[in-house]
Every structure is written in C-alpha cells, then in structure tokens.
Design a protein around this ligand. Structure first.
Ligand code: AMP
Ligand code: MG
Length: 269
C-alpha cells in the first residue's frame, strides 16, 4: 500500500483532475487486509500522538473536505478512534454565524487551530469559502478568486510556525452519494443525518467538481499538500487517510523531551 500513497498526492505539476481518478479505486487492497492494516496503523498513531504531545512544540492539522455523504464524519470516527482525546481538537465548520460573520473568513479557522502538541481535525474548513461560497455566488468572483492566494499565504505562515498541514479530499461518485442518501432515508437510525438541502446541493454536482478542481490546482503546495482519496470504499478511505497521517508523523522524527532536571538522585518519602 505504501507505494500507492504517493499516487494520491496532488502536486502542482501533476495537473490532476477529479475526472482522472476512480472513486472506486482500492490499489489492489482487499477489505480484509485493509481492516487489519488499519488496526496496526491505529496502534502506531497512538504512540506517535503521545510523542507529539510530550514534545509540545509542533501541531498537526488534518483538513477533511468532500461533498455531502463523502464520509468526513466516518473518517474521523474510524481513523482517530485510538487517539487520546486530550491531544485532539476536532472542529466542524458550518454556515458562519454570529462573531464568525463579523470577521474575515480565516478568523474562525485561526481560532480553531490545534495547540502545539495536538492533532487538529477540521471537518470542512476555510476551503468552503472557495467551494460552497463560489458555487452559490455568496460573494462576488472578485472576492473569492483572491482567496486561493490568501489561503496559500495563510497555510505557508502556519507551516513556518510548526503547524504541519495535510488536506484530504474524500472523493465519492455521484452514484455512491445517491446510495448513501437512500440509506439515510431508509435506516431510521440514520434519518437524522439526512437534510433536504443535501438533495438540493446534489444538483450543483458539476459546479462543485469544477470548484474542487481549482482548489487542487491552486492550493496543493509542498508545505500543505492535497491528497485525493478514492472514497467509495470506506475501508480503503480509512486506511489511506490513516497511512498518510502516520507517515507524516513518522517523518516528523518526534522525540520525548529530555528531563528538565537531573533525575538520577531524586529522593522522597
Ligand atoms: P454539515 O457538514 O453536513 O454539518 O453541513 C455544514 C454546512 O455548512 C454545509 O452545507 C457547508 O457547505 C456549510 N458551510 C460551511 N462553511 C461555510 C461557509 N464558509 N459559507 C457557507 N456555508 C458554509
Ligand atoms: Mg451534511
């Protein structure tokens, strides 16, 4: 699987379009192997999270985006379930209200960042301000079109200040979305997740794809890369996200800090 992860990275040179990606892709993995591998990943993630927290000097920010029913909530539940809640900060971003509306669009984002030592997870993010906002013309083009550069500048600043950023686009097909909506309607326990607005948004599918393609083209940087995750198969989606998070934490070479005093001769009753 490791070799497959690199294929998921969107680099500016790749000019990757969502149309080039098969949301059913599982890179030769079987479900059984993926579920086993996820358990191994979760164990290792827990060890590295402990070190990140102990070190307390750097943060990891995981951004999750995707069309309705793409699996943002499920990814958080499955991938992050082995983590210590004390070291995790999860923030869902909804339609801005109150103080959020009285500030620039990055204000609530900056306020929701993980502290050093923490893993932050954004369920939606500042990218909504070039996705839903663009698709529905909530601000004029002259305003949203400048945001790609602003977002890159903001993310660069964060990365230069010890916030490591990973961005995942969970990519499902239109058919898979219909299937998941139907489950939400038919299964009483899932009814609460269904919103009639989701069906309205579905009519804008192509506009969302265009908007996502622009995000991938303009905002995948070496300091804050986008990964497109084929997400029709939940088990593949979970493993792919878990592996990329794990590889990133491994690459950070986390170490427990040295004791702040000489511990060799401490005595107490
Ligand atoms: P959910 O994630 O299903 O709880 O839905 C949250 C809703 O809030 C989605 O329809 C998003 O598109 C919407 N939303 C999030 N951020 C913004 C934003 N900056 N402007 C407008 N709508 C937003
Ligand atoms: Mg929703």
């Amino acid at each position: 699987m490791n070799h497959a992860v690199s294929k998921l990275i969107v680099t500016p040179e790749k000019h990757l379009k969502l149309g080039d990606i098969d949301p059913d892709e599982s890179h030769g993995m079987t479900k059984e192997a993926a579920l086993d591998a996820l358990v191994q990943c979760q164990k290792r993630l827990s060890v590295l999270q402990y070190l990140l927290y102990a070190e307390g000097r750097r943060a990891l920010l995981v951004v999750l985006q995707g069309i309705d029913a793409a699996g943002k909530d499920g990814t958080i539940r499955r991938v992050m379930s082995g983590l210590n809640p004390q070291g995790v900060r999860v923030t869902p971003f909804k339609v801005p209200e109150g103080a959020e509306k009285r500030h620039d669009y990055l204000w609530r984002i900056h306020n929701s960042l993980p502290e050093y030592g923490q893993i932050g997870i954004f369920n939606r993010s500042h990218y909504e301000d070039v996705l839903v906002v663009r698709v529905h013309g909530l601000v004029p083009k002259s305003v949203w079109s400048k945001r790609y550069r602003q977002i890159n500048d903001f993310e660069r600043m964060l990365s230069e200040n010890n916030v490591r950023i990973l961005k995942f686009l969970l990519y499902i097909s239109k058919e898979e979305q219909a299937k998941r909506f139907r489950q939400r309607l038919e299964d009483k326990r899932k009814n609460w997740k269904f919103s009639p607005d989701d069906v309205k948004e579905r009519q804008y599918w192509d506009a969302y794809i265009d908007a996502y393609n622009d995000v991938l083209e303009k905002c995948s940087t070496d300091y804050a890369p986008w990964y497109v995750i084929p997400a029709n198969k939940k088990w593949f989606r979970n493993l792919a996200v878990a592996q990329i998070v794990l590889e990133t934490l491994e690459s950070m070479k986390l170490k427990s800090p040295k004791p702040t005093a000489d511990l060799s001769n401490i005595q107490f009753e």
